[in-house]
Write a new protein. Sequence first.
Length: 219
Amino acid sequence: MACTHHCCSTENADNGRYRNILWIALFINALMFAVEIIMGIKAGSVSLLADSLDFFGDAANYGISLFVVGKTLHIRAKASWIKGYTMGGFGLWVLASTLYHFWYGNIPNHHDMGIVGVIALIANIIVAVLLFAFRNGDSNRRSVWLCSRNDAIGNIMVVAAAFAVQFTQSSWPDLLVAVTMAVLALQAAVQIIRHANTELSARPKISLVAQHEQHFDPD
Ligand SMILES: [Zn+2]
């Protein structure tokens, strides 16, 4: 399940050791994003495609943490604006694929679904353990936990769908899980875009206030 996180570590990315962990988290999430898309297409499984959305969102978060922390609010807002629209685009693509599979798809390969779902779960656990062990202070402990839990629920839903596909010999479980996760990812994308828009539109006001203050500066 896609976590809405602006969470998982945007703070304190200046610490050297913590930066290394963010790089590892970025690499694992980007890799799993690619793996789930490739395997989703190969296995004919749209729930794998939908699960990849979360890896995309998380990879983008770690990228933002690494590259735009310490930059101005405007640049950070712009980065999450781009992330929101990219995630929304992928979400729509997954929804469209799900509709396509509903009409024209075959029963997905439950074997590939199950294996990739378990690998995704392991990947998320590794990242969670690393972030938890090397987190900076206690501030993001809760967010690491919440995001990891949501990610794990998504992976477990894919594995459960794999079993259900095998059991029912139909693609319904795959389609249902895909729709659920794609809708959640789209909701998250809308929230991210709204939040970024608020920050982007707040900027001129702040500079007006600054000008105003300058103007009345007694010096
Ligand atoms: Zn996540």
